[in-house]
Design a binder for this molecule. Structure first.
Ligand SMILES: [Zn+2]
Length: 421
């Protein structure tokens, strides 16, 4: 049976960087293993959300064949199911950032904590915050968490703003996405209802935020960090509240291929679960080489039991937000050396296997934010002739013109798989 590898390198595409001789990190990186795949490859250069700069949830959904404007009920659903919470229809699920506020002014929306500290705060909040609803708060990675508040008969409403100032909500009917703002004020605002039906929802969440802040400043983690003069966890930023499961079709049934996902972050795990994929529980490791080695091992195992595997590598986006383009091209070189190197031992393009490499959106290391440019896509399959390079520029000038939107990548790939079997 032919196999499919679908590799999403988060925020891989970038601007040309003067310090890299006007190359992008992708074109600058030395990629000997990827070069071997170019003998049978085609390039695509689709748009993800037109003029809007996509967030990871929109980008990943689109890459996997789901138009985010038709399927997303709010990122909070994926974040919560990704950390293992089980929201039900009418409950509200949110993505939480633990951050720091001083004199009602924003210091940071991200207080990076150790996993032990995050777990301790999870326990404090679950035990000590008292609101008239039952809820579950669950730690994610770093400064991230998921929050589900259970409804009592009357369902919660999704028509609320975020209190995380960097993200603005947009609605498409009942569908909901949020977008990062280029600049924002550092004033702390409450969650606001957009409709009358959402007044109670906003009140409950504002009450929760206030009580949780009080628990945080009285926590052991807080006082220990204060003594050490470290960034403080004293405020919760909530965003992307969802009250229902996204009605995504089952990817296995749609194309007849059995899918697995090797992804480490809660968001991507949540999306993969909602698509019906079997999710391998790999941790997201800070050490890039260890992370890639663990993922490569999981993929090789998955290929024995599944037809197709979605792999997600996160670190390229994280370094782009910090402007670290040297680290970015070095991570791409490690992806080539460690991950693709191992995959080439088990993939056989000549025998009908398909390899896809793309990203969920472009992240500019110069601007340190996501940008709206089209995404480079490499599709390797024996059906295709050779190309000379995989880069943003190569995709821009030599792409297959029929594919205009990222949502069209998956149908094309699955057609290759179906005809290859
Ligand atoms: Zn992303």
């Amino acid at each position: 049976m032919a196999k499919v590898i679908f590799l999403i390198v988060d925020g891989m595409a970038d601007d040309r960087i003067p310090q890299l001789n006007n190359h992008t990190p992708l074109s600058y990186a030395d990629k000997p293993n990827l070069s071997r795949l170019l003998l049978h490859s085609e390039l695509l250069y689709p748009s993800v959300l037109g003029k809007l700069a996509p967030e990871s949830d929109s980008g990943v959904m689109a890459d996997l064949g789901y138009d985010p404007r038709k399927y997303s009920t709010g990122r909070g659903w994926f974040e919560c199911t990704g950390v293992g919470l089980k929201p039900e229809e009418g409950d509200i699920s949110l993505r939480v950032n633990i951050g720091e506020v001083r004199d009602k002014k924003l210091i940071s929306v991200r207080t990076y904590l150790s996993q032990e500290e995050l777990k301790e705060l999870e326990k404090d909040i679950n035990e000590k915050v008292s609101i008239p609803y039952s809820f579950e708060f669950k730690a994610g990675v770093g400064y991230r968490a998921g929050l589900v508040i259970r409804h009592k008969g009357k369902k919660f409403s999704p028509y609320i703003s975020n209190n995380e100032p960097g993200y603005k909500v947009r609605f498409y009917g009942r569908h909901k996405l949020s977008f990062a703002l280029d600049s924002h004020s550092n004033r702390i605002e409450k969650i606001k209802p957009f409709k009358k039906e959402a007044v109670e929802t906003a009140n409950v969440l504002n009450d929760f935020i206030e009580k949780a802040s009080d628990v945080l400043v009285h926590s052991q983690v807080y006082s220990k960090r204060k003594k050490r003069n470290e960034p403080l966890p004293n405020f919760l930023f909530l965003r992307d509240g969802a009250v229902e499961a996204p009605k995504m079709f089952d990817i296995n049934r749609k194309y007849g291929a059995r899918w697995a996902a090797v992804v480490g972050m809660p968001l991507e795990q949540g999306i993969a679960k909602a698509a019906g994929m079997h999710v391998y529980d790999v941790s997201e490791r800070e050490d890039v080489s260890e992370d890639l080695e663990e993922k490569a091992r999981a993929v090789i195992d998955a290929l024995k039991r599944f037809d197709a595997v979605y792999i997600h590598v996160k670190q390229t986006d994280a370094v782009s937000h910090l402007g670290k383009f040297v680290e970015k091209y070095q991570i791409i070189e490690k992806i080539d050396g460690i991950l693709i190197g191992k995959l080439l031992e088990v993939l056989d393009i000549e025998e009908g296997d398909t390899f896809v490499m793309t990203c969920d959106h472009a992240t500019s290391s110069l601007l340190k934010r996501h940008i709206n440019s089209n995404i480079p896509v490499l599709v390797s399959n024996k059906k295709f002739g050779g190309i000379s390079e995989f880069s943003e520029e190569a995709c821009r000038s030599h792409h297959e013109k029929r594919v205009k939107h990222a949502t069209e990548i998956m149908p094309l790939v699955m057609k290759l798989w179906q005809t290859g079997n």
